[in-house]
Ligand binder design. Sequence first.
Ligand code: AMP
Ligand code: ZN
Length: 116
Amino acid sequence: MSEQSCLFCKIIAKQIPVDFVHQDDRSVVIRDINPQAPTHLLVIPLEHIESLDEASQKEEELLGHLLRVAARVAKGEGLGESGYRSVINTGAGVGQSVFHLHVHVLGGRSMNWPPG
Ligand code: AMP
Ligand code: ZN
């Protein structure tokens, strides 16, 4: 998918109005439009990377940053005590539907393991 037609690139470019829970020089965090838990956030890099599979060595620092932001916003949502799940779907076969890398942060309910 090209950046021009990418939903998350459009959100980052503010072509689609969405409230940002967090913004910094490398990422934004939004609320998932179809939440799967009481708290369901998406940590999205500003840079268009299609998936974790597409992230190269030069993105190692960015990947670490996304996970640290995930922890920070989870705590900001009050999930520090109860816990939260951070998920990256890679590939349509396991549920990736937007081909711009993102980390799901889910919490506020009990969860099973393994996931379905
Ligand atoms: P994935 O299926 O892992 O690629 O995750 C994509 C997520 O983006 C899904 O959980 C969708 O519900 C979510 N999503 C799709 N469109 C929007 C939107 N306009 N605003 C916020 N979240 C969205
Ligand atoms: Zn994109």
